[in-house]
Design a protein around this ligand. Structure first.
Ligand SMILES: Cc1cc2nc3c(=O)[nH]c(=O)nc-3n(C[C@H](O)[C@H](O)[C@H](O)COP(=O)(O)OP(=O)(O)OC[C@H]3O[C@@H](n4cnc5c(N)ncnc54)[C@H](O)[C@@H]3O)c2cc1C
Length: 240
């Protein structure tokens, strides 16, 4: 698509943070949620930076979404974190970097795209991982470079940087946004997989509408965590 563009993820995040602060949000960075208990309509949260209370708790903990749920005595949904690797290499001098599109192999075995004058290449890996601060594995870096050099018939002389992150999937690989089945003020916002940046504005608007009890722009049914309810949980919900 000639009119497609890259998202500056850091600028997007800082922009959202500015808007949130301007609307009264407070940020507690490095405050790890250790335990949450619901009592008399409130969440009482123990964090590494002290206690907090809240009427609604939004679980947007990415790869740790199930861990956070369990620390609040909410049944996990079965999220799967998967590692994906990124590698930055120099582009061949002859490549038209300003016009270069993002290129994805038809089998989605690898992809590459221009990145600040260089090439970002990924082996499109999906390696199962526990929730952790992921790091690139040398093998995945070698696979990425091998697929790039093979497909484009170029030499890669220098790897500039490597990284990896976790893309977290729900059991049906679609995102989850909605209240848990317990009616306990626990809201799931997780499982964005490989599209959590580009879907963030839309998913956040749907989540905000559900939390504030207003009409969402789209049918939120397919995003509901209730689709993963076990039969006994569904029976309990009908009885109560
Ligand atoms: C190599 C790679 C390429 C990608 N490419 C794209 C792309 O092209 N387009 C796209 O849209 N997406 C892409 N993604 C996916 C995107 O990055 C994710 O979907 C997105 O980051 C998920 O956001 P999140 O906020 O749900 O989770 P995260 O960004 O993982 O945030 C979760 C946060 O919860 C915090 N947390 C966890 N446990 C606790 C706790 N107990 N207490 C307090 N805080 C806690 C963590 O510290 C973390 O800050 C890519 C990902 C990778 C790895």
């Amino acid at each position: 698509m000639p009119d497609s563009a890259s998202i500056d993820v850091d600028a997007l995040l800082q922009g959202y943070a500015r808007i949130a602060r301007a609307n009264g949000a407070q940020f507690r960075l490095n405050a790890r949620l250790e335990r949450g208990e619901r009592s008399r309509g409130l969440w009482r949260l123990q964090t590494s930076e002290g206690p907090l209370t809240a009427s609604i708790l939004v679980n947007a903990a990415g790869a740790w979404a199930d861990v956070v749920a369990e620390s609040c005595d909410v049944a996990p949904l079965g999220f799967t974190p998967m590692r994906r690797t990124g590698v930055i290499v120099d582009a061949p001098e002859t490549w038209p970097m300003r016009a270069l599109p993002a290129c994805i192999d038809v089998a989605e075995d690898f992809y590459f795209k221009p990145d600040a004058g260089r090439i970002m290449v990924s082996p499109a890996d999906e390696t199962l991982s526990p929730p952790t601060d992921a790091a690139a594995d040398d093998y995945d870096v070698a696979v990425a470079i091998n697929r790039l050099t093979d497909a484009c018939k170029i030499d890669v002389r220098r790897v500039r940087s490597t990284w990896a992150g976790l893309r977290t999937f729900s059991p049906d690989r679609n995102p989850v946004a909605g209240h848990s089945c317990g009616g306990d003020g626990f809201f799931w916002l997780a499982g964005q997989g490989g599209a959590g940046v580009q879907t963030a504005p839309a998913l956040a608007r749907i989540a905000a509408a559900l939390i504030c009890n207003t009409e969402p722009e789209l049918d939120p049914g397919p995003l509901s965590p209730l689709r993963f309810r076990t039969r006994s949980q569904a029976r309990e919900a009908r009885v109560s």
